[in-house]
Write a protein that binds this ligand. Structure first.
Ligand SMILES: N[C@@H](CCC(=O)N[C@@H](CS)C(=O)NCC(=O)O)C(=O)O
Length: 257
């Protein structure tokens, strides 16, 4: 299997966790490096990672990749068998993919090591991001409750989707407070102790080091603004900021057409 990957993508991270949880071998292409972009565009018109190629089959979009892996390689299961827990797992995967990701993306443009920005975030943006991340921790703490993981007592797609965002939250100054969110703290420690998660963390550390050693291999000016990322920004009232970004030629809006 070939994974079109990138060390800074939480979606690619989720897929690597799923591949490792299922004990599957895969090769990685750092597909957002400029030299690999033409190849990425051939497998995904949106030029986004992750994309998984398994034999003749090309699977795009992280949630679709996890669903495919579950169907094709069912053991160990990452979707709960119980219908209610399955709905819960999908709901948290979606929240991670569309809300956590959007907030962290929009608030962290100024700290991306590959972007050469010299401006500062618009007033209020970081505060809005931190407030919303705390509200999500609150919900997550309640959702975990006494369970071992988010949707039951074994790791699921929900845990794999959420975990990659925790370090992003830390880097925008919104780490979870262990006293305030004790269930999140227990969940996080439990998850990080799993052998496949430890293996992924070790590999990710090396991949990030390699990426940082040569940041010029990546886009330095333009940012890809997917729908959910625009939605959060607009909902928080930063429409003028975004329009100025468009005017400055710093925006790419992806399309599958
Ligand atoms: N819905 C997609 C989102 C994927 C996505 O947003 N990928 C980002 C990286 S996190 C990307 O490849 N952006 C293109 C770029 O930054 O050049 C999924 O779940 O796979």
């Amino acid at each position: 299997m070939r994974l079109y990957d990138n060390a800074f993508s939480p979606f690619a991270h989720k897929v690597r966790l799923a591949l490792r949880a299922k004990g599957l071998e895969f090769e990685r292409v750092d597909a957002l490096a400029k030299e690999h972009l033409p190849e990425l565009r051939r497998v995904n018109l949106r030029a986004e990672v992750p994309v998984l190629v398994d034999g003749e089959l090309v699977v795009r979009n992280s949630a679709d990749i996890l669903a495919y892996l579950e169907h094709r390689y069912p053991s160990p299961a990452l979707y709960p068998a119980d219908p209610a827990l399955r709905v819960k797992a999908r709901e948290w995967e979606r929240l991670a993919d569309t809300v956590f990701d959007a907030i962290l993306h929009d608030a962290s443009l100024w700290i991306w090591p590959t972007l050469a920005r010299t401006d500062t975030p618009p007033s209020g943006l970081l505060a809005a991001a931190r407030t919303d991340i705390l509200a999500l921790y609150e919900r997550l703490d309640r959702a975990i409750g006494e369970h071992e993981f988010i949707a039951g007592d074994t790791p699921s797609i929900a845990d794999l989707a959420l975990l990659p965002h925790l370090s992003g939250a830390k880097s925008i100054g919104a780490p979870f407070d262990r006293q305030r969110y004790p269930n999140v703290a227990r969940w996080c420690s439990r998850l990080r102790a799993l052998p496949f998660v430890r293996q992924e963390s070790e590999d990710l550390r090396r991949a990030v080091e390699a990426l940082l050693a040569d940041p010029k291999r990546y886009e330095t000016v333009k940012v890809v603004w997917r729908g959910d990322r625009i939605e959060w920004l607009f909902q928080k009232g930063f429409v003028d900021f975004w329009l100025a970004e468009v005017g400055a030629g710093r925006v790419i809006v992806p399309s599958a057409l």
